[in-house]
Write a protein that binds this ligand. Structure first.
Ligand code: ADP
Ligand code: MG
Length: 718
């Protein structure tokens, strides 16, 4: 094979060498020269304007001034240089290389200084500005630009060439090793010089034409050294599209391959149990529930394995969908399991599901960590001989000694709480070596763009309609000053026969300080609501499961008026009589989580309230989040907003996925429309050429082999 610059070790790039190469590898994950040119600037500095000193304000963006050195002065290890430009005087401060700098900045000489102004002792100064000779900008010499494609159009505006300088992610270690912003620009110029001639277009010609995208060559050149803002926009758009398109292509291709390869247990019938349950339902299913059940039915009878994600807001009625799906499995001679993340939830599921199953005669049992040995034995036996049709439980379900006669369907509630290995274990329990159909249910609404990436290889169903009769929950934001009024309000609600949740943040289950918050909070609540007549229960993660269940049940049964808790009640818990949800230090929760908590109330026929108590110091952003929660009850809208504010990486449920949700240039939060478009293109390409065997798609296959686009089979292994 020909020698490839792109594939060359980064240490051979002029200006790098072994020492810097080690840092580029460890700090930036850059191993080859080709990796470097795919490291894009995260912003740009416009060095085309010179700002008069009189106009420089502190904490503005970076500024460039042109000024003459008036005097300089050493103060211990600090060098102060005073410069003036006719509109004013400014101090420049240096802590490193001060001897060299003082020599260079001779009084009377004029330079361009570039840096970020800060306020210090009531004055504005710039610490460690970059220094250039007037008439030069940046430092790197830019290799000849490839011509844009016809579609790029002529450059608009007449900005000088190379005035926008890219700024790259850096670290202290890089800076200490002398890899400054300026050096990065230089390295990038060197890398482009070497690599541009061998860059091959990654996207098929017909897509470039149809979408009016610039070539990869042009895009890479202009993402690092934009000739002007227009070229930069073109380059950015093209690279974003490429990234989103290749990722979607990879996900969809995998899904396609699997759907052809993975046999599923055929379930052609609906069966008696389903029909009996359906006819005995105390209510009509919502349109959304019906639609989703139909989607699941289609999957189950297809002969291929179902891998479906069911998203539905809290209270949208997912349990019923789980029950009816399980009954289809029963109707086809199979068993079903329903797994929940916590003991409390599993118990509640079991209680509800038992009710629904009563008319069907199907046997159901509950298996959790605290199931007694004798009962456990009975359950194991029933699962093995097939007399037990449906099993509800926690992680206890996937232990090695749990064997099924014929497991056909696994329903996983709140899937993100299950780890990698656990899911894999579940797969191995299928009937006759065929993996069970999998239905993953989540009440954390995931923005569409994120779902398409995180679960790109799953089918997605959405329940976007609430059962009738749910009243809106009135949400209010208050400060500590309103505490007395809040207690009075809760007393009034209790007098009306209602109940209240009071939730304290518990970010790390193990952190002592969080428990102190909770304990102190509990003390306060008990003081404000003394026994008799009030009864306050408390539930948290460090209690034994018996204590937890006891307290939880006391509240659910109406024996306690108030439940003080951590977020253990976040998922699933159903107490229709509870009308107040108080969330303490609400700013410490994510939007989606707050929304979930709020969903615990408003389940009964009474008007419900969610009261957010905010702490003393709340950032502007948190304040905005909390206000948004007061303004809308749409979980998907909140999730979108949460993603925009916090970034996709911080959203609940995304951390463990291991998928590249923090992309190199595109943003799942901001580029939703482009993502949808990229996905449509990916679908079209695969429709015509599912395995990318055609010559015009050959390059795509090559691109998908890159680590970045290698998606693991999420539903199966991870
Ligand atoms: P989630 O989606 O949060 O799991 P659940 O399945 O717990 O929601 O349902 C919430 C409540 O709504 C339950 O009390 C359930 O009985 C009720 N419910 C579910 N579907 C309907 C429906 N179609 N009509 C009326 N009530 C319903
Ligand atoms: Mg539920």
């Amino acid at each position: 094979m020909e020698r490839s610059e792109l594939e060359s070790d980064i240490q051979y790039l002029p200006g790098v060498g072994p020492k810097r190469a080690a840092l580029l590898r460890s700090e930036l994950d850059v191993h080859r020269i080709g990796d470097l040119i795919r490291l894009y600037p995260f912003r740009y500095i416009d060095r085309s304007t010179v700002v008069p000193i009189a106009d420089v304000v502190p904490d503005a963006a970076f500024v460039q001034i042109q000024a003459t050195v008036a005097s300089s002065e050493f103060q211990g290890k600090k060098l102060s240089v005073w410069v003036q430009d006719g509109t004013g005087t400014m101090e420049l401060v240096f802590f490193k290389g001060i001897k060299y700098t003082a020599d260079r900045l001779q009084p009377g000489k004029t330079f361009l200084f570039f840096g970020k102004p800060t306020a210090f002792n009531g004055r504005v100064n710039i610490v460690h500005p970059e220094i250039d000779q007037p008439g030069t900008v940046g430092g790197a010499t830019v290799p000849g630009a490839a011509q844009p494609q016809g579609t790029a159009g002529p450059a608009q505006g007449a900005a000088a060439s190379g005035v926008m300088t890219g700024v790259y992610t850096s670290t202290d270690r890089l800076k200490n090793a002398g890899i400054t912003g300026k050096v990065m620009n230089k390295l990038m110029a060197n890398a482009l010089q070497l690599c541009l001639p061998e860059i091959q277009e990654s996207l098929p010609e017909y897509i470039l034409k149809e979408k009016g995208l610039v070539s990869l060559n042009y895009a890479l050149k202009n993402i690092h050294f934009p000739t002007d803002a227009y070229a930069l926009r073109k380059a950015t758009y093209r690279l974003k599209f490429e990234e989103l398109f290749l990722l979607q292509l990879s996900l969809l291709k995998q899904k396609y391959i699997r759907s052809r390869a993975d046999k599923g247990i055929p379930m052609p019938k609906v069966g008696d149990a389903f029909n009996k349950c359906y006819q005995a339902l105390p209510y009509d299913l919502t349109g959304a529930q019906k639609r989703v059940i139909k989607e699941i039915r289609e999957d189950l009878k297809s002969g291929r394995q179902m891998n479906r994600l069911l998203q539905g807001d809290v209270g949208s009625g997912k349990t019923m969908v789980a029950v009816l799906s399980s009954l289809i499995a029963i109707g086809n001679g199979c068993q079903a399991c329903i797994m929940a993340p916590t003991e409390v939830l599993a118990q509640q599921h079991f209680a509800n599901i038992s009710k629904y199953l009563a008319p069907t005669g199907v046997e159901v049992a509950l298996l959790t960590g605290s199931t007694k040995t004798a009962e456990r034995r009975r359950i194991h036996q029933g699962l093995e001989d097939g007399s037990l049709g449906i099993i509800v439980g926690t992680h206890a379900l996937i232990e090695d000694n749990v064997l099924f006669h014929r497991l056909g369907l696994a329903v996983i509630d709140e899937q993100h709480r299950f780890g990698v290995d656990q899911r894999a274990k579940l797969w191995s329990k299928g009937a006759g070596g065929i993996p069970p159909h999998v239905l993953v249910m989540t009440a954390t609404p995931i923005p569409r763009t994120l779902a398409m990436t995180l679960y790109g290889d799953l089918d997605i169903s959405v329940i976007d309609e609430m059962p009738p009769g749910r009243k809106p929950v009135q949400t209010m934001l208050i400060t500590e000053g309103k505490r007395t009024a809040l207690w009075r309000f809760i007393r009034d609600q209790i007098a009306l026969g209602r109940q209240a949740f009071i939730v304290y943040p518990l970010i790390f289950e193990s952190e002592k300080v969080d428990y102190q918050n909770l304990e102190q909070g509990y003390e306060r609540v008990v003081q404000a609501f003394p026994f008799p007549p009030y009864k306050v229960a408390i539930v948290h993660g460090q209690q034994s499961s018996e204590d937890k269940a006891f307290n939880m049940n006391a509240f659910a049964a109406g024996r306690a008026n108030i439940l003080v808790s951590t977020t253990v009640i976040e998922v699933g818990v159903d107490v229709p009589n509870a009308s107040v949800m108080v969330i303490e230090s609400a700013e410490r929760f994510g939007l989606s989580q707050l929304h979930q908590l709020r969903g615990r109330v408003g389940r009964g026929s009474d008007k419900s309230y969610c009261i957010l108590v905010k702490g003393q110091k709340v950032s502007k952003e948190s304040q905005k989040r909390l206000e948004l929660l007061c303004a809308t009850e749409n979980g998907f809208e909140l999730a979108e907003e949460d993603m925009k504010m916090r970034g996709p990486g911080d959203l609940e449920g995304t951390q463990q996925s291991g998928l590249p949700i923090n992309l190199a240039i595109a943003s799942l939060a901001r580029d939703g429309a482009l993502l949808a478009e990229a996905r449509t293109y990916a679908e079209q390409v695969l429709e015509r050429d599912p395995l990318l065997e055609r010559p015009e798609n050959g390059r795509l296959l090559y691109e998908l082999r890159k680590d970045k686009y290698k998606v693991h089979d999420y539903s199966r292994i991870s």
